[in-house]
Write a new protein. Sequence first.
Length: 409
Amino acid sequence: MWHPILCLLLGALILFGPAKGIAAGSDTAKTSGDSFGQLREKDSIRSPVIKSEKVRPDKALFEIKNPSGLRYQPLTVKILVGFFALFFVLVALFLTLILGLRIRKTIQLNRAKLIEGVFREFVLEIIFMEEVLEPGENFSRLELDKIDDYERDHLTNPFQRTVVLNLMLQLHKNLSGETAVKLKDMFLYFHFDEDSRARLKKKKWYIKAKAIKELEQMNILTAYRDIYRCINHKNETLRSEAQMAIINLKKNNHLSFLSKLEDEMSDWQQLNILGRLVNVKNLKTTDIPKLLESANQSVVILTLKIIQYFNLMEYGERLKNMYLHAGEKIKTEVVKCLSFLEVEGARELLMGQFESESLHVQIEIIQSMGSLGLLPDILWLESSKKSGNLQLIHAANVAIDSLRNALGE
C-alpha cells in the first residue's frame, strides 16, 4: 500500500513546491553574482545604455522569474502533473481493491468447501447410526451428543451457519424417507427455522423470498402466518413465492387465500398455483362460489381453470348465468369451461348469443362447437364463414372437421 501514498506525496510536491533557479548555481555563484550586480549598478550611473538579457523562447514558456531569483512552473503544468499523479493513485487503489476482493472470495470458497466436507461426514455418521429411539424422540442420546459437539465446534459464526444451511437444503431436496426426516429434525435442532423467520423481517425482497423457500421446503407449519403477510407484497416474485408456499403449508381451505389477493396475477402465476393445487390431497372447493364473485379478474379466471381441471360439474348452471353478465376476457374462459364440461344447454345458449358477441368471444364459441355441436350445426358453422374474417373461417373449419370425426361422417 506504500506506492499510492508515495505517488500522492510526489504529486503534491510537484504541484505546490517551488524550485530554486538552476542559473543560481551555488551559494558562491550567488555571492559573486551579487557583487557583479553592484558593479553594474555603478556603471549604470555613468552610462545611460541599458543592456537587455536575452531569454530563450523555450525557457520563457515554462519558467517565470521573480525579483527574489526563484523560478516557478506555470499553473497549467502543475495542474497536469497533479492530475496524472491523482490518476495513478486512483488506478492503484482500484487494482488493490479488486485484488483484495478476489483474494477474499477465494478464501471464502476454500472455507466453504472445508465446512461442507465436515458436514457431509457428520450427516453420514448420524444417518448410519443404528440407534433405538424412544417413542416421541427424534434422536438417541448418542446422536444428541454428536450433534451438540458439531454445533459447538462448527456452527459458531454466521458464515458457517449459512454454508451448512444451504448444503442441508440441497441434501434434503435430493433425498427422501428417513434421511430427509433426519435432516429436517437437524434443521429444527440447530434453530435454522428461527434464522429463516428472522430473515422474513428484512427489508430486501430477495432475502424474504429465500427465507420463504427454506421454510416451505422444510414444511415449517408454524411459519404460515409470517409468510401469509407477504401474499400482497409490492414485489411480484416475492408475492408469488408466498402464495405458492401457503398452499403447501395450509392444512385445509387451500383456496381461501385467493379472496385476499389485491394485485392481478399473471398467466404464469396462475399456472404455478394450479400446479400446486393439483398436488393437494382432498382439495376442498367450498370457496369457489365466493371466488367467482371476486373483484380481482385474475382470481375469477384462475377459479374457472380450477373448475375445468378438477371437472367440477356441479357448477354448470352457475357458469351459464355467469356467461350472461361477464366481461369479454372472463366470457372466453367461461366458454372454454362450458365446452370442456359439456354442460347441458350450453350449446343453445352460446349459439343464441353469438351475433351479439365480440370477435374474440365468437371465435371461442365456434371452437367450442367442436365438442358441443351436433350434425345440423355444421350448416350453422358454414354460415358463420360468410363474415369473411380469416380467424372465424379457420375456427369454423377446425370445428367442422372435429364434428365430422366425432360423429363418424
